[in-house]
Design a protein around this ligand. Structure first.
Ligand code: NDP
Length: 451
């Protein structure tokens, strides 16, 4: 980066931090993109004149609202609700809803910002958005979750719609929550449309949507591995998380011949040196999705496994790591452990799970490393396919959807290679994904004038 570009980045980031004080996750997500696209912006002065980057970091709209509900004991509870409508240059806002105690505006702005570039990479016409609440479904009854979802949607329903903003699930929002949210939306708006994705199969959902993020991450990893003549066959894989993305990453990696040896939740991780085979995977599905239990119980059921309370999986030797839990879950020391343990490929299933210092460790060590906005885009891509099926009043087969998911992940890999190939032939997936995603959105914004 030349001196002029370096100064441009510094002054841009100083302005961003001053205008958005305390929003550290948002600063981190923007910093990564700006570092990658600044040279392109400087080389194309009309982008600077038109202040495209300055516009991109300002959400088109942020909705914040009170979510009052009554718990099972009859007590009144109040949570915060949000929807960040970041960018609609290439399509209706699209992005998940997160229910987790840690949710705040900074986290949702980072997620909505990332989502804009991710959706652009999918090749489908979807803008970027994200929403959620500081409500945690953990430990709540089904009836409490339903009352909360109904109250949340009572406000949100005025701001979304199939051609305006199409939310989906994320952390803490799975099939159960999408069902309650959709039911209330339908009741209030008196319309049955594809306004939410991740719906149940009998009421507008797409086959393969639950699997899509985890499967897609594995398809992307396959493409990365192929650049080094490798595959999942015989590889040892670490996965973090035990939710939707982790579950299906585990299933697909195993199907492709790998041995997955870890899963985790926010209390700790399990290490099963024998690998999580089909029978053990079925147990995890039941434990997490039906019993809503903790991953610790896996080690109680399978004595070959060990439970490490309060720790993350990254100290276990492996070939491939797939962080599938949450943001900033791989820090610099974890990254060094992974490299020391023989890891040569890191494919992100979660959004921004790797800190900037940890990314530097991976890139310096020459690992294959893909950012979530590229490798976890299979989820939103399949949501896009769900929207198409809803609009066409059609229901595609699993095979049809899988073919499209495969193609989209392969196209995203090709886009990363197009914009991120280094002089030595290796691929900088971070740069490739950011530049490819940015250029499409920037061009659309330019074409639509100052709005
Ligand atoms: P789930 O709620 O199904 O699962 C999340 C998992 O991560 C749980 O095991 C949870 O443990 C763990 N986790 C959550 N917060 C933390 C934390 N602070 N520290 C450690 N572990 C934590 O969510 P998803 O699987 O849907 O999402 C996982 C990641 O993938 C997120 O980053 C999400 O944004 C991203 N993603 C999801 C997509 C999707 O289609 N679902 C699409 C693209 C990205 P616990 O039960 O203890 O909270």
């Amino acid at each position: 980066m030349d001196k002029f570009t370096e100064n441009y980045v510094k002054s841009f980031m100083a302005g961003l931090v001053a205008r958005n004080p305390g929003e550290v996750e948002f600063h981190q997500a923007v910093g990564e993109v700006v570092n990658n696209v600044a040279s392109y912006v400087v080389a194309n002065p009309h982008l600077m004149d038109q202040k495209i980057l300055e516009r991109m970091v300002e959400p088109e709209r942020v909705i914040m609202f009170r979510v009052p509900w009554v718990d099972d004991a009859g007590n009144i509870q109040i949570n915060k609700g949000y929807r960040v409508q970041m960018n609609s240059a290439i399509g209706p806002y699209k992005g998940g809803i997160r229910f987790h105690a840690s949710v705040n505006l900074s986290i949702l702005k980072f997620l909505a910002f990332e989502q804009t570039f991710k959706n652009s990479l999918t090749t489908l016409p979807m803008g970027g958005g994200k929403g959620g609440s500081d409500f945690s479904p953990r430990g709540k009854s089904d009836a409490e979750v339903m009352r909360f979802c109904q109250s949340f949607m009572t406000e949100l329903c005025r701001h979304i719609g199939q051609d305006t903003d199409v939310p989906a699930g994320d952390i803490g929002v799975g099939g159960r929550e999408v069902g309650y949210l959709f039911g209330q939306y339908k009741r209030l708006r008196n319309e049955f449309t594809g306004t939410l994705t991740g719906k149940g199969l009998s009421w507008g959902g797409s086959l393969l949507r639950p699997e899509a993020t985890g499967f897609g991450a594995c398809y992307f990893a396959q493409e990365m591995l192929a650049t080094r003549g490798k595959s999942f066959e015989g590889q040892t894989v670490l996965i973090s998380g035990a939710g939707n993305v982790a579950q299906y990453a585990c299933k697909k990696a195993t199907e492709l011949g790998a041995k997955v040896v870890t899963l985790s939740d926010s209390d700790g991780f399990i290490y099963d040196p024998d690998g999580i085979d089909e029978e053990k995977w079925q147990y995890v599905m039941h434990l997490k999705n039906v019993l809503r239990g903790r991953i610790r119980e896996y080690a109680e059921k399978y004595p070959t496994a060990q439970y490490f309370p309060g720790e993350r999986p990254w100290k276990i030797p492996c070939d491939i790591a797939m962080p599938c839990a949450t943001q900033n879950e791989i820090e610099e020391a974890d990254a060094k452990n992974l490299v020391k343990g023989g890891c040569y490929c890191v494919t992100e299933g979660a959004n921004m799970p790797t800190t900037p210092a940890a990314i530097e460790v991976f890139q310096h060590a020459g690992l294959l490393y893909s950012p979530g906005k590229a490798s976890n885009a299979g989820g939103v891509a399949t949501s896009g396919l769900e929207m198409s099926q809803n609009s066409m009043r059609q229901h595609w087969t699993k095979e049809d959807v899988d073919v499209q998911l495969h193609r989209i992940m392969s196209d995203i890999h090709a886009a990363c290679a197009k914009y991120g190939t280094r002089p030595d032939g290796t691929i900088d997936y971070v740069k490739g994904a950011n530049l490819a995603g940015f250029i499409k959105v920037a061009d659309a914004m330019l074409a639509q004038g100052l709005v």
